[in-house]
Design a protein around this ligand. Structure first.
Ligand code: ADP
Length: 964
């Protein structure tokens, strides 16, 4: 396996020891690895390295891991993502699904297994990228080849070549320079520049003398040149252009045909380093195409010249001494009044004429384009003279005949051209559409035989294991008769064509083969094949075989025929290459399918976890659209889970509530969930389903901190709520019943205290009064709670100074503080924000939190109160270094009657009502309360309140039962 460049793998893990171990194992497999410990670092690496695999160990210290995965997914070539976590709970599974993870690893990580998974993914990703690039190149090349074989205009071909070179190689400018041997210069014949502005100044440099400038130098050198830093090269002429276009590297490839240099393909790049082997190969292929185009254009010109010469020679074919021959030679009318008297004519011909009874002759030339190509003659049976009118009449006939003659010839030639073009087009079209090699080669073999008017044709394939050519396809001869023949490279006609990489022909095939391959010689003789023309099928350095056509006559082959067969052999080479690429592509596709299947299984596994949790889980976009939902969320809401996906959450809930006959409609907290995106939680009663769901929404943020949506979990809390309702009802009932007798007892005890009683009795009475006082307080608390719960407590919201309120509470508890020898510090009292709340209720909040801190902190503790304003919210915080709260208890602290287990050692008395009341009051005024603690290390309680106040309060109905 070849090592990949750059950070092929990025491992993001806050645990650097684990990251290092995995990294070492992946490196050992030959992959470059970058390790990052934070998300910020990882994002930098992602941009820079364009990795194949991203390994994300959750959680990350500075960012949501899912965000990193999402950003990676937006890259032009996204890496495969592997998630690592302690366990894969429902939430992590959802995340893995979200991140399109290709794999998951559970901590502690098995390093060998992890490295093998990562290595496999990296390798496959790399191959897929390569394949994509490759396919793109193939498409462009194939389109260009089509153009080259079909276009008659060489200029268009060169421009297309330059364009293809620019696109395929990422070059800035490409020129095709063609040799003009008469002037000893190179001329630009095709250009393409990424920026037309840079193409323009080139017109100043359309011609360069041999040996001058970059292209001239390459032409003289006769081999490819790769030059970096062109701006400082003395050979670079147009400095202004180089600077304006930021040009840096130059690749010059001579266009070769045999040992002849025809021109130069010059490719100029912006800032870049060395060229890869593949790039150089591609450049060479493009140069080959350009050479081929030039050779073909030359061959066409040559064919035109040949045709002109043939016309001339045809005029001389007739015997100069014949009558018609004289007319053609002179181009003038000829009158012979008496053939018997004529002394110029060839005696044999003369005798022949006289024998048939001809005595007089008038001939006029047949002229095409001013040149005589034949003669039209009339003979008389007696000697006679011809008048000028006779000559004019015959000349008029001759002119008409000449036109018809020329038309017929042109017509025949056009037909021939058409036939060639259609056949070539068929080959080309087939080439592009069919990837079955034997079919394309059959078509090429047959076309070669037909187009070159031969008797047979065959493709000979080079068999590496036998180091020789064997027949692969044949047309016009029985393949089984030649199947046994093996021709070594360099031997016979085909062997030499293969070795020398050029077309060759012979008039005497069997004689040619006699020494090298007697077998083949015999067969050729037996099949009656005499003349043969062979063209090698090569692509780059790769020689596939030879295309051969055979004739039964010992003919020569015209240049046009050699060119045509070479073109067909080139087509065959492309077909071979395509077929190989195709089979490679198929193989890669199979591998990809396998990879996909694996990923699919992983995903299914995650989906099963997602579905198997008892909570309902949904992912909802910012706009409220449900993107994912597990089966339980459907079950809990009483709808089909599949029907949930794609729907609007709020509409759906509205509908559900309307159906289930809820009076209050959707809870406000759920309705406003999407207006601000902090998340939240609350209850959702579904009366007709006789069910209460508790929902918790957590924002899911993406890159840049913007909220992509919310993950909402639903839990069935029907039983919890029922029990809690029963508690409330019971307490409400009991407290009402207790209040009156308790007040009676307290009143009696006060009477007794005032009476004349012995001293020891007096102290019992005082104790009893304290106890009754506490009982009354408890009952009052319970009554407040039950009223607050039912919304039946009178409130007088007004601007309240949190600072002053805190100071007054501290004064009240000063005795208690002294008793415990605590140190209390307060900050922010003087510029404390003003909140709109009922001062008496708020005082209760501050008092409860402060006395808790005093109670649950062992002697000589530190208590710090801090008041501040954050945005439009006031924040009140109390921090102690007391016994703290066990982790599992923290969640339940604000529940009614709840006390953590660790308090009983310190303070046995307590009701578990204080914090519950705190929460009810704070939430009543639109605020929030929470705590943060580590057991044994102290606790911090915080509440926030809006400074703008809460407007709805004054409209509440007054409660006459409110305590004074
Ligand atoms: P109570 O104090 O009567 O038990 P609260 O509702 O005021 O009831 O408090 C509930 C529970 O919260 C307490 O029993 C205790 O476990 C815990 N708690 C409250 N404040 C503190 C604190 N400052 N430090 C440690 N635990 C606390």
């Amino acid at each position: 396996m070849a090592p990949s460049e750059g950070g092929a793998v990025i491992i993001v893990d806050a645990d650097s020891a684990q990251a290092a171990a995995v990294a070492a194992a992946v490196r050992a497999q030959g992959h470059a690895v970058t390790v990052a410990t934070t998300a910020a670092e990882a994002l930098g690496c992602l941009e820079r390295d364009a990795p194949h695999v991203l390994v994300l160990a959750l959680p990350l210290p500075d960012m949501d891991g899912l965000d990193v995965a999402r950003r990676a997914g937006l890259l032009p070539a996204p890496p495969a993502v592997v998630l690592v976590a302690d366990r894969f709970s429902a939430e992590e599974s959802l995340m893995a699904l979200e991140a399109d993870a290709a794999g998951v690893l559970v901590k502690p990580v098995d390093v060998a297994r992890a490295a093998s998974l990562i290595g496999r993914l990296a390798e496959r990703r790399r191959r897929r990228h390569e394949q994509d690039e490759f396919t793109e190149k193939l498409r462009t090349l194939s389109a260009m080849t089509g153009l080259i074989t079909s276009a008659r205009d060489t200029q268009a071909v060169f421009n297309a070549l330059a364009r293809a070179a620019t696109m395929l190689l990422g070059a800035r400018l490409v020129h095709v320079w063609v040799d003009d041997p008469r002037e000893q210069v190179l001329r630009v014949r095709g250009t393409f520049g990424l920026d037309p502005e840079f193409e323009r100044p080139l017109t100043e440099y359309e011609i360069v003398p041999y040996g001058s400038g970059m292209a001239g130098g390459t032409f003289a050198a006769g081999h490819p040149e790769f030059i970096f830093g062109v701006r400082t090269s003395p050979r670079w002429k147009n400095r202004r252009l180089a600077e304006a276009a930021g040009l840096h590297a130059y690749a010059g490839l001579p266009l070769m045909a045999g040992d002849r240099t025809l021109g130069v393909l010059a490719i100029v790049f912006g800032d870049r380093g060395d060229f890869s082997v593949e790039e150089k190969e591609l450049m060479q292929r493009l140069a080959d195409h350009a050479s081929f185009t030039i050779v073909r254009a030359e061959a066409r010109e040559q064919a035109e010249r040949d045709r002109a010469r043939q016309l001339l020679t045809r005029a001389r074919l007739r015997l100069g001494e014949s009558l018609s021959g004289r007319v053609v030679a002179s181009g003038q009318p000829l009158i012979v009044e008496d053939i018997a008297q004529d002394t110029i004519q060839d005696p044999d011909q003369k005798q022949a004429a006289l024998r048939v009874g001809y005595r007089a002759y008038l001939g006029v030339p047949l002229k095409v384009g001013g040149r005589a190509v034949g003669a039209l003659g009339v003979w008389g049976r007696a000697p006679r003279s011809f008048a000028p009118d006779d000559v004019a009449l015959l000349s008029a006939f001759a002119d008409q005949a000449a036109v018809a003659f020329e038309e017929a010839r042109l017509h025949a030639e056009t037909r021939e051209r058409e036939r060639e073009a259609t056949n070539l087009a068929r080959v080309t079209a087939h080439l592009a559409s069919s990837l079955e090699l034997h079919r394309v080669l059959d078509l090429i073999t047959w076309s070669a035989k037909e187009l070159l008017r031969c008797d047979a044709a065959g493709v000979w394939r080079y068999d590496e294991s036998r180091d020789g050519l064997v027949v692969y396809r044949a047309s016009g001869m029985p393949i089984e008769r030649i199947a046994h023949i093996l021709v070594k490279p360099g031997q016979g006609l085909a062997g030499r064509a293969l070795k020398e990489r050029k077309p060759l022909w012979t008039r005497q095939l069997s004689e040619q083969l006699q020494d090298d391959a007697p077998d083949a010689s015999e067969t050729a003789a037996a099949l009656g094949l005499k003349a043969a023309l062979a063209a090698p099928i090569v692509s780059g350095d790769d020689a596939y075989g030879v295309l051969v056509v055979y004739r039964r006559e010992a003919d020569d082959f015209a240049l046009r025929e050699v060119t045509l067969l070479s073109t067909l052999a080139d087509h065959a080479a492309i077909a071979v290459r395509n077929a190989r690429l195709y089979s490679e592509t198929r193989q890669r596709e199979d591998e990809n399918a396998q990879l996909y299947a694996e990923a699919h299984t992983q995903r299914e596994r995650l989906a099963r976890i997602f579905d198997s949790t008892s909570d309902g889980i949904m992912f909802v976009t910012r706009e409220g659209r449900i993107e994912a939902a597990n089966r339980q969320s459907g079950d809990l809401l009483g709808v089909d889970a599949d029907a949930l996906i794609g729907g609007d959450l709020l509409d759906l809930l509205d509908d559900r509530l309307a159906e289930t006959g809820a009076e209050d409609g959707l809870p406000l907290s759920l309705r406003t969930l999407f207006t601000h995106t902090e998340g939240g939680e609350g209850d959702l009663p579904l009366p007709r389903l006789k069910r209460v769901l508790h929902w918790v929404a957590q924002p899911t943020t993406e890159g840049g901190g913007t909220v992509a949506g919310l993950t909402i979990t639903f839990q069935d809390v029907t039983r919890d709520r029922e029990i809690s309702q029963m508690k409330t009802d019971f307490v409400s009932f009991v407290t009402h019943q207790l209040r009156t007798p308790l007040s009676g007892i307290k009143w009696m005890l006060e009477l007794v205290a005032d009476a004349e009683v012995p001293v020891e009795i007096r102290s019992y009475v005082a104790d009893a009064r304290d106890a009754s006082e506490r009982l009354i307080n408890l009952v009052n608390d319970l009554l407040d709670i039950s009223r607050l719960e039912r919304g039946r407590l009178e409130m007088r919201p007004q601007p309240t100074d949190l600072g002053a309120l805190t100071t007054s509470v501290l004064e009240e508890v000063a005795g208690l503080v002294r008793e415990h020898a605590h140190r209390v510090s307060v900050s922010g009292v003087d510029d404390a924000p003003t909140v709109i709340a009922d001062p008496q209720l708020l005082r209760q909040v501050v008092l409860n939190l402060t006395s808790n801190a005093i109670k649950y902190t062992p002697r000589s503790g530190d208590i710090a109160i801090r008041i501040s304003g954050v945005g439009d919210r006031a924040r009140w915080e109390i921090k102690d270094n007391g016994i703290g709260i066990p982790r599992e208890a923290q969640r339940r602290l604000f529940e009614k009657f709840y006390r953590a287990d660790n308090v009983f050692a310190v303070e046995t008395e307590g009701t578990g009502l204080g914090l519950y009341l705190v929460r009810l009051i704070v939430e009543q005024f639109g605020g929030r309360v929470w705590c943060d603690s580590e057991e044994g290390r102290g606790a911090t309680f915080v509440f926030t309140l809006p400074t703008a106040g809460w407007h709805d309060v004054s409209e509440r109905e007054e409660d006459p039962a409110r305590r004074g």
